[in-house]
Each structure stands twice: as C-alpha cells, then as structure tokens.
Design a protein around this ligand. Structure first.
Ligand code: ADP
Ligand code: MG
Length: 691
C-alpha cells in the first residue's frame, strides 16, 4: 500500500465507509492522510468540570448518570444528559449536556457510558449546561489508545462520518502504511523530517512539540508544491519568445521634464523595473501596486511612452467608465505637448453610435492613435490595435485576472502591466501574483496633504455639517458617501437617493450633485466633469467613487454608516481626498448600533493611513482563505498553511522552488523527476477543482 492506493483496496474500511469517504472527496490513501485534523483534544489531561461560564470551550470526560427527553412546544424535543466527573471530587458539579431535536444523539447515549464532551459551558440556574456539545462515546478499553490518553485529532467530519470514525480509519491506515514507500516532496535542505513520520504525527502527535515540527514540514510541502507550479509557469513564460517593446526614452524624459513636480524615488525605481521588463525579449507580466495616491498613473504613462517610442501602440484599460474618462483627460493633457494621439473607447460610446467609432472624433485624420484608453470593452474589440505593444490594466483587483488571458486569446500578445491600489503584503504577492514581476510604490509624493480621520457617532452630524460648510465656503469640495442607493433595500442604511434632498438643504445654497451606479454613463461623466471643474461643491455618492477618481480640490469626505463598509474599502474611499495641498478630513459616522469588529475597523483607520498595514489587518479579519479562494486563479487550495502567519515558510519554499528551476528549467535531470510528479499532481488537483 502506498499513497496512491485507492481506498477501495483496503479491507479495513467497510464499503459503506468507502462510499462516504468518496463523496467527501477522499478516494486514495494520500487524500485520506492529507485530510488533516482541524484541532486536537488533549485527552491526557481533561479540563476540570466547569463551575460557570468560560471564555474558551472546555473538553471534559465523564460518566453518564441520567438521560431524559422532554417535549417542549408541540413537536420540539429537548434531550438532557447529566454527566459526572469520573474521579469525582466531592465538590465537582455535574454537567448538563443538552440537545434540541437531535434524534440520533438520543439513540447514541445511555447511562453508564464514558463520554468526552467539547463545548462552551454556560451557567444556568444552579448548574452548568453545554448546549449541542461535540461529543464522543468511548466504549471499550481496546480503543483507549486511539481515542483517549493522548492528543486526539478531531477531523473535519461530515454526515454519517463522525470524527471518531474518521480517526479510526486514519489510525488503521497508518498502521498499514509502509514508511519506505512514502517519497519526500520537499528537498532535504528545506526540511529533512521524513514525510511518513510527519504524516503519522500530524494525526496522532506524541506531543505539542512534535506537532509543531510536523506542521512545519507539511506546510512547507504545501507551499513548496504551490511555488513549484508558480516557478514552472514563470519558466514557461520566460522561454516564450516576445518582442522588445522599448527603445529610446526621449518622450518619457520630455514628459518628466514638463511636470510641475519631480517623481518620487519609488516611481523612478518602478519605471526602471518595468523598463527592464519591456526591454526583455519575452512576454512581460508586471504588477505595479501601491497605496492610493502613490502616483501609479504616471508610472504607467511612462511605460506607455517607452512602448510608443519603440513604434508600438499602448492601451490603458479601466474597470469603469468614469475612470476611463478621467484617465483619458489626464493622458490627453500630458500627451498633447508631445504630439501624441490619444483616443477614448468605452462600451457606452460604442453602443450609442451603433458602428464602432474607433477613434475620438477630435483626433484628426483618422490615423491610428498612439494611446488608447477605455473600459474592458477594449478587450472585446481587439481590431483597433494593429501594433499593440503594451496593455496597462488599472485597478486589477476589480478587473479580474482573467482579462490578461483574454488578450492573449485574441492572438494579441502585448506586454502586460497590471496596477492595483490594494497594497498587497509581500508574502501574498509571492502567492497571489507569484508569476508576475512586482514593483511596489511604497512612497507617497511629498506634496500630499495630510488626512485626518475621525470616527464619530451619527448624533454628531450637525457638527460635521457645520465643519463641512466652513470648508466649502472657503472654496473646497466634499464627497458624502452612503452605503446604498435605494431605500427599499433590506438594510436600513440611509439611501443616497433619499438623502440627497436633505443634503441639498443642509448645504444650501451650495450646489450638490447625486452620483450612483444606476445613473446612465454619459450622465455620470457630466456630473463628474462638473465636480472636477468645481461647479458643484459636494458629491453625494455611493461607492462608485471608490476607485481612481482624482479631484485634488476635494478635501473632505463624510461617510455615513461607515461601519457597513469593509476596511480596505474605506481606505480606498478615503484615498479620494488628500490629493491636493490642502489638509484633508475624513469623517466616519457610525450608527449607535455599531459594535465589536466594526468599531475596531474604524479605530484602525483613525490610527493609520498606511495602506500596507490596513491591507494586512483586512486580510487578518477576513482570513487569507477568502483572498486566496477568490483572487487566486489556478493554484491548488491550501489545507494547512496560512500565507500570512507562515510567511517565512512561504519565503523558504519559494526560494527552494525557484532555485530548482534556475538550475534545471525543464526539470530534466533524473534526480528532479520527483518534482515533475509533484507538479503533475498539483495540476490534477487544479483540474479536479474546476470540473
Ligand atoms: P494612484 O496611484 O492612486 O492611481 P494617481 O496616479 O492618480 O495615484 O496620482 C495621484 C495624484 O498625484 C495625481 O494628481 C498626480 O498628478 C499626482 N502625482 C503623481 N506623482 C506625483 C509626484 N511625484 N509628486 C507630486 N504629485 C504627484
Ligand atoms: Mg489610479
């Protein structure tokens, strides 16, 4: 028997169990042994019986003294079990375990049994009760070595397949496992612990210390397999021929010289990194990330100018119409002195005029533009590019990773630069964007106005309004943000549409405008344009303003029901202000009901404006599984490792995997054959996920 052996060949697993396991996605010995425990119970030392509420769940062992079923309200039933501590101290209080409508539990528990119970106790009347505890009946002494007197694994279970049954199956399987047949996955330099030992110990650890050691090994395995597939993708990409999209830089230098400010060190560094990539004769996949306001647009434009000067076209693609229009205006303004043609193309315009107006009418002669700006509609009409050399994809976290592939599918293989305003902790760029080259803008331009953030009770609204009026009267502008646009929404958040009138009255006679997702695109543009020109003073808006909008004169943001937004989202929103030389203010109004994590979130925003810190906290709150699950494309799922908490192991695994490919890009050497099979295994896993 080895790890590939199908469970159907193992006679100690009854066919009915085999079918259950198969439905649970476990069909081989390997799959069974990498179905890791979700937690462990220390059954060498049970907790004492609780005498009241406890903060953490307890794990106790006792003898069943009494059971009873009671009918409550019609057909509802309540099942009570009284448990006594085995080596009863005179003072120990019996523990009441209680289940509602759980027939199957009633059938399992009888007087005199030894029961292990796990759950959170609550004081109730004169005693202590645990409602719906996890429990296990420990019947005969032969099983004690598996289920008692050790660190006992609790596996994620499923209907009909309890942790106890799973534990038994894993135990029997490990008894039959031949250690010599278990090949190592990771190079010994990374960790020399034998794999079979690690697989045994993760299920039935000798101690907490061995558990740590074995977990380290298995997390490294997992990360290494992941980084191996990333490294393989990288090696494949580097081997592909690609055009050199970079020659002289006089256009770029003229652009820089014409700016009223000088670039930040981070901008210079990023441009140099991207330039080296453009100049390499292989397809470029570059990620530029940096906090809101760090000046990504200029870096992108610099890269585009390099491509243009080398004789190619460049395209900038955005997730929204508003953003496309804004970039278009910015780029046109910056490129006109360089005599470059910039064109705009968006879904709305295409729709409107029926035929495909390839170029902005203001561009003379109908010649092909040097730079195209547009929404993702650009992707579906590749015909416009005859010489596309560089595609820049802005705000890629909204845009999706798939778009990159889309261009390729159309037979256009430009170099690709993706930009995201969500700063990504380094450890995650290694995972999420492991196949991209990454440049980081970790420095804000100096002229950036400071942003003061204050979270206040909604009752403070009148004071906030007074503050707002003062600044608007002094010539500044403001964003007022609402969570929802429609009062019919179930949440009772105030709706922007409904509140618009109120704000008009509060801020009269200053001009306010309303902006939300359901307004027609052309109308949206007009509204934004009036705001940009300073004709309207306040924009009552939903999160449509979340990405990319750049109006330096707007220095106040007021967010109502701030607790309803995500942490990263609030940071993005806040990035709309603090873009000019004026000191900026972000007022986060919270409803009286806000509590717990929501308050924590607002406090963090008051404390820091460091996007990297906020991104990490956000990940921590949401859990990396969420990020990896949604954003990650084409990587096997992680069962054990946490890319945030285990980032050091990720780094080690990455180095080892990349070193391997550096030395042997095809993994052709005989001693590397096993890594080829690790790769193949990973691909199989991914395919099985897709189907
Ligand atoms: P983001 O990274 O959020 O996309 P933008 O590219 O929109 O940031 O830049 C925000 C603002 O900062 C723009 O008005 C831009 O002109 C300005 N800016 C960019 N780089 C610098 C710099 N080095 N010094 C001063 N202002 C800059
Ligand atoms: Mg931007």
């Amino acid at each position: 028997m080895n790890l590939d052996t199908p469970l159907t060949e193992l006679e100690w697993i009854p066919p009915q169990r085999q079918r259950q396991l198969d439905r649970f996605g476990i069909a081989t010995v390997g799959a069974l042994l990498t179905h890791f425990p979700k937690r462990y119970e220390d059954r060498t030392q049970f907790d004492r019986f609780p005498t009241g509420d406890t903060a953490e769940p307890v794990c106790v062992c006792g003898i069943v003294k009494k059971t009873g079923v009671r009918r409550i309200r019609g057909s509802q039933k309540m099942f009570d079990v009284v448990l006594e501590e085995e080596s009863a101290h005179a003072l120990s209080t019996p523990l009441l375990c209680r289940w509602f409508n759980a027939h199957w539990v009633e059938k399992m528990i009888v007087n005199g049994q030894r029961l292990v119970v796990y759950g959170k106790p609550k004081a109730s009347g004169s005693g202590v009760v645990i409602v719906h505890p996890e429990f296990e009946v420990v019947e005969n002494d032969a099983e004690v070595s598996i289920h008692l007197k050790r660190l006992v694994p609790i596996h994620r279970a499923t209907e009909g397949l309890s942790p106890r049954v799973l534990r038994h199956i894993v135990w029997d399987t490990l008894e039959n496992l031949c250690d010599d047949e278990v090949e190592p996955i990771i190079p010994a330099v990374l960790d020399a612990t034998p794999r079979a030992w690690a697989l045994r110990q993760i299920h039935f650890p000798d101690s907490r210390a061995t558990l740590e050691k074995t977990r380290r090994h298995l997390v490294l395995e997992e990360f290494f397999a992941m980084q191996l597939s990333i490294a393989a993708k990288r090696a494949e990409q580097s081997a592909q021929p690609g055009a050199v999209h970079c020659a002289a830089d006089s256009l770029m230098r003229r652009l820089h010289a014409a700016l009223p400010f000088s670039l930040t060190g981070a901008q210079f560094r990023s441009i140099a990194e991207i330039r080296a990539d453009l100049a390499a004769p292989r397809p470029m996949n570059h990620l530029l990330h940096g906090d809101v306001g760090s000046g990504k647009t200029l870096v992108a434009l610099s890269a585009m100018l390099l491509a243009v000067e080398a004789g190619y076209q460049a395209a900038l693609m955005t997730p929204t119409q508003i953003l496309a229009e804004q970039h278009y205006l910015t780029l046109r303004h910056l490129c006109e002195p360089l005599s470059l043609r910039v064109a705009l193309r968006t879904a709305a315009r295409t729709e409107q005029s029926g035929a495909l107006p390839l170029f902005d009418p203001s561009v003379e002669g109908g010649e092909e533009p040097h730079i195209l700006v547009g929404t993702h509609a650009l992707l579906y009409a590749g015909a416009g590019f005859s010489r596309l050399g560089l595609a820049v994809i802005d705000e890629q976290h909204k845009f999706g990773v798939m778009q990159r592939a889309r261009l390729r599918d159309q037979g256009i293989a430009p170099d690709v630069l993706v930009m995201t305003a969500t700063p990504i902790p380094r450890t995650l760029t290694m995972t999420l964007y492991g196949d991209l080259d990454v440049s980081t803008l970790d420095e804000l331009p100096e002229n950036r106005g400071r942003i003061v953030t204050a979270a206040r009770d909604a009752a403070k609204l009148p004071e906030a309004v007074k503050f707002l009026r003062e600044h608007l009267e002094a010539g500044r502008q403001a964003y007022i943000v609402y969570p929802l646009i429609d009062e019919s929404e179930k949440l009772e958040a105030k709706a922007a549409a409904g509140e618009f009138k109120k704000w008009q009255a509060l801020l009269a006679p200053m001009k306010c405008e309303l902006l939300h997702g359901r307004i027609a695109p052309e109308e949206k543009d007009a509204i934004m344009e009036r705001f940009r020109r300073g004709e309207s003073k306040a924009l009552i808006a939903t999160t449509v303003i979340e990405v990319g909008i750049d109006v330096p004169n707007a220095n106040i943001m007021l967010v109502e029901n701030a607790e309803r937004f995500g942490l990263a989202q609030l940071h993005q929103l806040r990035g709309r202000i603090g873009r000019g030389e004026h000191k900026s203010y972000c007022i986060l109004l919270r409803s009286a009901k806000a509590e717990g994590e929501a308050l924590e979130k607002l406090r963090l925003l008051e404390e820091t404006s460091d996007g990297f810190k906020i991104a990490e906290a956000d990940l921590r709150m949401r859990g990396p599984g969420d990020i990896l699950g949604t954003a990650q494309s084409g990587l096997p799922p992680l069962k054990l490792g946490d890319p945030l908490a285990d980032h050091e192991l990720m780094r080690l695994a990455r180095n080892a995997a990349f070193l391997l490919f550096d030395r042997d890009p095809q993994l052709a050497a005989p001693e590397n054959a096993r890594y080829r099979s690790v790769l193949a295994e990973g691909r199989k896993l991914m395919l099985s996920q897709v189907s």
